[in-house]
Design a protein around this ligand. Structure first.
Ligand SMILES: C[S@@+](CC[C@H](N)C(=O)[O-])C[C@H]1O[C@@H](n2cnc3c(N)ncnc32)[C@H](O)[C@@H]1O
Length: 369
């Protein structure tokens, strides 16, 4: 498979709905597509166990495969659903135009902060360290936008707008754009006009991308489940899946610092979720055990003579470069998978945000005999 060896430029990976959100550690869409094409046929059912922002779900649907995605992070599920839900484009256009008009009315260039608050009386979001990470304008602008989104009746359109909203949170905050962690401050002045404009541009771009996606999507089903992969009820789908994709969570990832800025605004509890994130700093000693457990579930749900793919990336921990592929390959074999193939890819650092060295990615193919 030639596609697995190619290096893809960032812009090549942004087609259709893939650029809805800069979710960390996304799978390259062309790679997901090549694997799905090779190991499945039309109307097959695929399970993506760590679906993240839904890259493989989009590709599976475009290829006419049924697909289920599982992720414990509610933001991941929100994005995955927004990227794959078939929305009535006329209804979406109308709702977005109305929302933009309302926001524009409340967040115009003129007036004082007091004016805005009096006109709309939005509930100003409250959270720990709020004034450290958000200026007054950012806080008010985001609160107004969130408030107006929450008033949208259609839950699918509401979630869709929430994804656009989530994308501007970091941009208007005082968090450094150079780090994916909410760790280093980067004080900046932001006007209400700018907050409004960033949101408007993002939402309009998403609508254009959704129009394109709607023309190409198939009628096969996409289901997104917000749950811990270790609690998948394998009995329900035992031996019914034709292909399993696992883009493994990163080892030693600081999940809480990466996602806390989103959690403040999207009302999820990052500390509780962090406890269940595989590979996160707090759970890293359980990494291989957790992966083994999930691989066991993958084996249970897979039909015999079918394939499972694992994408494993290297990591850095206390200055040490760690490669996890060999150990994970051993675990998969021990559980009962048969090793078929391995492809090693180098991802140049210039293509990755926030990294200073080239990374290695290993793609394993296993079979259930
Ligand atoms: C490498 S990312 C997947 C990215 C995805 N392929 C994409 O294109 O966006 C790994 C994902 O595993 C999820 N994850 C970590 N621990 C999990 C668990 N216990 N159950 C379900 N998902 C988990 C994380 O939330 C993260 O979204």
């Amino acid at each position: 498979m030639e596609e697995l060896h190619k290096v893809y430029k960032k812009n090549e990976c942004k087609y259709l709905t893939h650029d809805f959100h800069p979710y960390p550690h996304k799978i390259i869409p062309q790679i997901a597509r090549a694997l799905i094409k090779k190991y499945t046929a039309q109307n097959d059912t695929i399970l993506d166990i760590f679906c993240g922002s839904g890259t493989s779900l989009v590709e599976a649907n475009l290829l006419g495969r049924n697909v289920m995605g599982v992720d414990v992070n509610p933001l991941a599920c929100l994005i995955s659903r927004a990227k794959t839900t078939s929305l009535d484009c006329n209804k979406l256009d109308q709702a977005v135009t109305d929302l933009i008009k309302k926001i524009q009315f409340h967040l115009t260039r003129d007036g004082t902060l007091q004016d805005y608050t009096e006109r709309l009386q939005p509930k100003i979001q409250c959270f720990k360290e709020r004034d450290k990470w958000f200026s007054k304008n950012a806080l008010l602008g985001l609160s107004v936008i969130k408030d107006l989104i929450k008033r949208i009746d259609d839950s699918e359109i509401r979630d869709y707008c929430m994804v656009a909203f989530s994308c501007i949170i970091k941009e208007v905050s005082q968090a450094s754009p150079l780090y994916h962690l909410t760790k280093v401050r980067y004080p900046r002045q932001i006007t209400l006009f700018r907050v409004n404009n960033l949101f408007k541009c993002k939402l309009q771009e998403m609508v254009r991308e959704m129009h394109e996606y709607s023309k190409k999507r198939s009628n096969s089903f996409v289901k997104v489940l917000n749950q811990d992969a270790r609690t998948i009820n394998a009995d329900k789908v035992m031996g019914e899946v034709d292909f399993v994709i696992l883009n493994l969570p990163k080892f030693n990832m600081d999940f809480e610092r990466c996602f806390k800025i989103y959690s403040w605004w999207l009302d999820f509890d990052v500390t509780t979720i962090n406890k269940n994130i595989i590979g996160t700093m707090k759970r890293k000693q359980n990494y291989y055990k957790d992966i083994g457990f999930v691989l066991g579930k993958a084996l249970d749900v897979l039909k015999t003579q079918k394939y499972c793919t694992l994408l494993v990336t290297d990591s850095y921990c206390a200055g040490r470069h760690l490669q996890h592929g060999d150990q994970i390959q051993q675990i998969a074999k021990k559980i009962g998978f048969t090793f078929k193939e391995k492809v090693v890819r180098t991802i140049p650092k210039k293509l990755l945000p926030f990294v200073t060295k080239d990374r290695k990615e290993e793609i394993f193919i296993f079979k259930k005999l």
